[in-house]
Design a protein around this ligand. Structure first.
Ligand code: HEC
Length: 471
């Protein structure tokens, strides 16, 4: 552990990354890959002499897409780097070392994507009539770069779930071309196309001003593409989840429903089936060329797409359980080998920014540092997955025991890293935290006397207090 730890209060780290990343996935998949591909398809039909309305429709949709992808899409993409770099520097650092080249090439693909998209948009008025084939070449070039970018990232995301052969093999090829790489590429690209076709369907139903027959043809194309793409994406999803280890799959209910709903997994199945049915109905309204039905159904369908994408990303991130990188690093960024070492030599000496750490820091300070290092990535104090609620009503001995069996209690929790004395220090800190009613303020918890008390002694004191409470 080299970097000082930053955790986001109230919202929690996971939710902070998720809010940015899910927005990015929606735009990069649904708009940048999917909807722009529909625009290129429309323009291809215009270029093939199937009617000038295809060109008008495509261009009208392209404007908002250019703005959304080059502003919110690009900024949320950079945001993922920024947020993970701040919250998970060791995790993202390991990934960059392993996957420097795919990421570097992806950066090139992304740059080419933006440049081609801007040329495609700004040259459209000049080229669409005179040289439609040249314009189409720009559009196809853009789609190729967008798809390439999606493929390049899929290998890295797949690795985080199924790092087949790595780290024991330590070979880039095994790590990158892992079992979920190919199905994930299809799942993401065709899922994006299905979403993009629904966006184009909604756009056509709500904004198209041309002849009824033309609108019907456009709606039909969007509906057909949505159904075919969703079917391919769904099939890829089945293969994908078949390749995810079974132990991880048992976590998915917790991932989506949390423990509150986990006892009724059928509710989730029905909700997902219902969402799928609404998407299908919206696409079928398009296939039938119905303007009003398409208008009405496309809106809930798009909202449900947001839900389904969030669900998939949450499951993918959550189910790999205690690991950030299976077999190499725990979710709290502590490498597996370091956890073993910490049992003997302790965790506090690693946390170099805790100034007093080496000369027995005040127990509350050390406790807080241990919480940040071991648990803070998933638990907040007073916000999402509040640790105070999790341990409320327990004695100090109980908390100390719980900290020692986190993984047995909840299989996707990381084990505690540190010595037995440090475990007691953490337990004492948590116990004090759960038994103060005021909002958390670390300085409140500093011992009154700044005496350099050894952690174990402080813990014993806490233990005595716990006994008092019980009596
Ligand atoms: C990888 C994420 C993660 C890490 C790291 C983590 N937890 Fe948890 N923990 C969870 C989740 C998620 C739950 C809630 C499970 C549920 O939905 O009930 C939980 C639940 C708990 C519970 C309640 C368990 C129960 O069944 O009553 C305790 C106690 C707890 N955590 C303590 C800790 C401590 C102490 C640490 C640090 C040593 C820690 N956790 C680290 C994710 C994590």
């Amino acid at each position: 552990m080299i970097f000082p730890i930053l955790h986001i209060p109230v919202l929690g780290d996971g939710m902070t990354i998720a809010l940015d990343a899910v927005l990015h996935v929606l735009i990069s998949h649904g708009l940048a890959i999917g909807a722009v591909s529909m625009v290129v398809l429309f323009q291809a039909l215009a270029a093939a002499g199937r009617g000038a309305f295809w060109s008008d429709l495509g261009r009208s949709l392209l404007g908002p897409l250019v703005i959304a992808t080059t502003s919110v899409g690009a900024v949320t993409g950079v945001g993922i780097w920024f947020i993970t770099g701040a919250l998970a520097p060791a995790g993202i650092g390991s990934l960059i070392h392993l996957f420097f080249w795919p990421w570097f090439i992806e950066w090139g693909a992304f740059t080419a994507e933006v440049v081609l998209l801007l040329f495609y948009y700004y040259l459209w008025p000049r080229l669409s009539e005179e040289r439609p084939k040249a314009l189409l070449a720009l559009g196809i070039g853009y789609v190729c770069m967008a798809v390439l970018s999606g493929i390049l990232i899929s290998g890295i995301l797949g690795f985080m779930l199924t790092p087949d052969g790595w780290p024991s093999g330590q070979r880039f090829v095994e790590a990158y071309f892992n079992p979920t790489f190919i199905p994930q590429c299809f799942l993401r690209i065709f899922g994006g196309l299905a979403m993009g076709a629904l966006v184009a369907l909604a756009w056509t139903a709500w904004t198209f001003k041309g002849a009824d027959d033309e609108r019907r043809r456009a709606l039909r194309l969007c509906g057909v593409v949505a159904i075919v793409a969703a079917a391919v994406s769904g099939a890829a999803g089945v293969v994908y989840f078949q390749r995810v280890p079974q132990t991880y799959l048992t976590h998915w209910v917790f991932a989506v429903a949390t423990s509150v709903l986990s006892q009724r997994p059928e509710v989730l199945t029905w909700l997902n089936a219902g969402a799928g049915a609404v998407l299908l109905l919206a696409a079928l309204a398009g296939v039938a060329g119905r303007k009003t039905a398409s208008r009405v159904l496309a809106i809930p369908a798009l909202i449900l797409c947001v839900g389904l994408v969030s669900e998939f990303e949450r499951v993918r991130e959550f189910v790999r359980g205690p690991y950030l990188l299976p077999g190499y690093m725990y979710a709290n960024q502590i490498p597996l080998v370091q956890k073993l070492a910490a049992e003997k030599t302790g965790m506090l000496p690693e946390l170099r920014w805790v100034r007093e750490a080496r000369e027995a820091a005040p127990a509350a300070r050390s406790g807080r540092a241990l919480f940040d290092a071991d648990c803070g990535v998933c638990h907040s104090i007073g916000g999402v997955n509040d640790i105070r609620q999790r341990i409320a009503g327990r004695t100090l001995e109980g908390v100390n025991a719980l900290v020692g069996i986190t993984q047995q209690m909840v299989p996707f929790m990381t084990p505690f890293s540190g010595t037995d004395a440090e475990r007691l220090t953490l337990a004492t800190y948590l116990y004090a935290l759960a038994n103060t009613n005021s909002r958390p303020a670390p300085q409140l918890l500093l011992p009154k006397k700044p005496a350099a008390k050894p952690a174990a002694a402080a813990a014993t004191q806490g233990g005595a207090k716990a006994k008092e409470m019980k009596q």
